[in-house]
Write a protein that binds this ligand. Structure first.
Ligand code: FAD
Length: 382
């Protein structure tokens, strides 16, 4: 595979950085660091993309209303995917075929559409009968009578394939990937991060450490006496068996969200099915057959031709969401040299947060990260 980004010459005295976590944020940060000349080890407890990044809907978007700073970060995040696509040509893993959404009974998306137009976010209002002319594969009868919002600039990414490409860049730039290490913890000496120790007992010395352990971040920081509020819910993603179907856009409908994959399958999730997952203990989940059948039926209902869908894979586990819903990104004031990444919408933000974090580890201060620094929680609590 072509890396499509220049590989640096090894630099004497380049900083040594350990990135903990083999999801999209860890892989992206590690690749950006290595491309900038750092000596990088990526350490992850199991296989790469075995956490949230392996079971994500991965809709690339900044739809709806949110803070200006978060909207800007997300649109910059989407822009980086367009560059990635142009430079790598990896159109099997990143697509921009648009997103379609409509409201549930008793609700309306008219205000959302007006807001999107007001901030320049590409947004088109369509009657049910107009949808097919913009995007194929949707059952017009399932669309809300008032119509739907189509966002032509949105898309999706296959995160495991993206992680694979990023780790290819990391290795090409001299970095190393260590899988199956068991849980790793940052080592702190005299208030400074000095490396990482894994459950298997191996130590990786470092000048800086990046903690990108997805929903594990609040737990890992608590071990260092740092509190970051956590709202990570248990989530469920289903992947169907392959089928021939014309759907190209990401659909966000009242009862199901879904998108195509590079494998000719669909992935699906929803809020109600997520709530039906039974949690026996941390990491021990039960998914009822009725939940799976119900979600497949909801997906079939919105697809043109109402195809029979069969489940091939279910991904269940926690979805990283910080307590205030906004990304947590930046250096920890409590531990010099320890940087943290914990966010919802980590698919949309995967490339840009990796790039910005790498720049900060190497000494820059990135203005777009100011609103998202972890110390906002210390300020709130004091
Ligand atoms: C169902 C679902 C739908 C989603 N939909 C969207 C969407 O539409 N759009 C969007 O932008 N985002 C979406 N997201 C969010 C996005 O997928 C995540 O924000 C992103 O994948 C998080 O990546 P990460 O690298 O932070 O974490 P992860 O992918 O969880 O990776 C963390 C890795 O660290 C490892 N690890 C954990 N603790 C340790 C430790 N102590 N030592 C060593 N290794 C450790 C884990 O095993 C894991 O492999 C969705 C997520 C889910 C689950």
């Amino acid at each position: 595979m072509s890396t499509a980004f220049p590989v640096p010459a090894p630099r004497a005295g380049a900083p040594r950085v350990v990135v903990v976590g083999g999801g999209v944020l860890g892989a992206s940060t590690a690749a950006h660091l290595a491309r900038a000349g750092a000596r990088v080890d990526l350490v992850t407890e199991a296989e790469v993309a075995s956490g949230a990044s392996g079971r994500s809907l991965s809709w690339l978007n900044s739809a709806g209303a949110r803070t200006d700073a978060y909207h800007l970060l997300r649109t910059v995040g989407i822009d980086r995917y367009r560059t990635f696509l142009a430079r790598t040509g990896l159109g099997d893993r990143v697509r921009f075929d648009g997103g379609l959404t409509w409201a549930g009974p008793g609700e309306s998306h008219k205000e959302r559409h007006a807001h999107e137009l007001s901030i320049g976010y590409d947004s088109v209002w369509l009657s049910p009968g107009e949808v097919a002319a913009w995007t194929p594969g949707v059952d017009a009868a399932a669309i809300a009578q008032e119509g739907a919002v189509f966002n032509p600039g949105e898309g999706w990414v296959d995160l495991p394939l993206l992680v694979d490409a990023l780790l290819g860049q990391l290795r090409a730039a001299g970095g190393e990937v260590h899988t199956g290490t068991g849980r790793a913890v940052p080592l702190v000496t005299g208030g400074r991060a000095t490396g990482v120790r894994t459950a298997s007992g191996r130590t990786f010395p470092a000048d800086a450490v990046v903690l990108a352990t997805g929903p594990g971040v609040p737990r890992d920081l608590a071990g260092l006496g740092v509190h970051v509020p956590d709202s990570s819910p248990v989530s469920l993603l289903l992947e169907t068996r392959p089928l021939e179907h014309p759907l190209r856009a990401v659909l966000n409908t009242p009862r199901v969200a879904l998108r195509p994959t590079p494998r000719g399958t669909f992935v699906l999730d929803s809020g109600w099915s997520e709530e039906e997952v039974v949690v026996h203990a941390e990491g021990e989940y039960e998914v009822r057959g009725s939940t799976v059948e119900g979600l497949l039926a909801e997906a079939s209902r919105v697809l043109a031709g109402n195809p029979r869908l069969e489940v091939a894979r279910r991904g269940v586990g926690r979805k990283p969401i910080p307590g205030d819903g906004e990304p947590v990104a930046g250096a920890l004031p409590e531990v010099v040299g320890l940087h943290v990444l914990f966010t919802h919408s980590g698919a949309t933000l995967g490339l840009v947060l990796g790039e910005f974090t790498a720049r900060e580890v190497l000494g820059e201060r990135v203005p777009l990260l100011e609103p998202f620094r972890p110390q906002r929680f210390a300020t709130a609590g004091s």
